[in-house]
Design a protein around this ligand. Structure first.
Ligand code: FE2
Ligand code: FE2
Length: 270
């Protein structure tokens, strides 16, 4: 089973680059075309938030059109801090699960070998995220309902410290409560997130956790107190999560863009 995780599209209205200079729509389309052409074909795409830059209806309409033009496998999407929940639910209502919960964009995908639990960490008008008592209780009930099924959790805000000051100031406020809950459910194999616009690996308690690179702008690696406050155009990419028939789970980073190669591994000749 193969899942492609694409994140942080930051779609803008036509002709309006994000932050005045990042052509996020073009970069998102390049990443979606790479996902479309990926072989073997994925079972689904996971989109882990900040899909729109300002959360406006016109941005979701552009994203819906872009997805319709490029992707023909199931797309499972959750919001990030740049999204606005009402516009997200209205503009992406055709995607499975998006309107399933009456208040949040939070749902379960049951028909894959890896059970997917999609979480909504959005706090409107805040850069940081939080699950809060209602969403944590939903997660507890959801995990308790299928203790024997290997499970992947997807969310926008990572539940681990990144070491980059600006990112940690906009992290998941109730990460400790989330980690304490996960400790009771060993079926959770991996927690995936977006938000950082860089690939990172860590753990939530004992559960492996990661963030995917952005498909557009990439956060500059800066481990100082101000780290995470600048961006650049390092190669964007996405994550490829693979579950093999024996239950082994491995995740790869796929870079998007033109690069030299591929070349065969050949012995050097003098
Ligand atoms: Fe983002
Ligand atoms: Fe974000």
């Amino acid at each position: 089973m193969l899942l492609l995780q694409l994140t942080d599209f930051h779609i803008r209205p036509h002709g309006r680059p994000a932050m005045g200079r990042c052509e996020t729509n073009m970069l998102a389309e390049q990443a979606l075309r790479a996902a479309r052409d990926f072989r073997p074909r994925p079972d689904a795409l996971l989109l882990t938030g900040d899909l729109a830059h300002d959360g406006t209806p016109v941005e979701y309409a552009l994203l819906a059109d872009l997805l319709a033009r490029t992707i023909d496998v199931p797309v499972y999407a959750i919001p990030g801090n740049h999204d606005r929940r009402a516009a997200f639910r209205a503009g992406l209502a055709h995607l499975p699960g998006v309107t399933e919960h009456p208040r949040f964009v939070q749902y379960v995908v049951e028909d894959l070998p890896l059970r997917l639990v999609m979480l909504d960490t959005l706090v409107e008008e805040s850069g940081g995220g939080q699950l809060g008592p209602e969403r944590l209780a939903w997660l507890e009930r959801t995990l308790a309902a299928a203790p024997g099924r290997p499970t992947l959790l997807a969310m926008h805000h990572p539940a681990f410290r990144t070491g980059m000051g600006a990112l940690d100031r906009s992290g998941l406020a109730d990460a400790a409560a989330f980690a304490a809950l996960l400790a009771r459910f060993p079926q959770v194999r991996l927690v995936v997130a977006g938000h950082t616009h860089r690939t990172m690996w860590s753990r939530v308690g004992t559960v492996p956790a990661c963030t995917a690179p952005g498909v557009a702008h990439i956060t500059v690696l800066d481990l100082a107190a101000r780290g995470g406050s600048e961006w650049g155009l390092e190669p964007p990419g996405f994550l490829v999560h693979c579950l093999d028939p024996e239950g082994g789970l491995v995740s790869h980073t796929a870079s998007v863009g033109p690069f030299p190669g591929p070349f065969p591994f050949l012995p050097e000749t003098d």
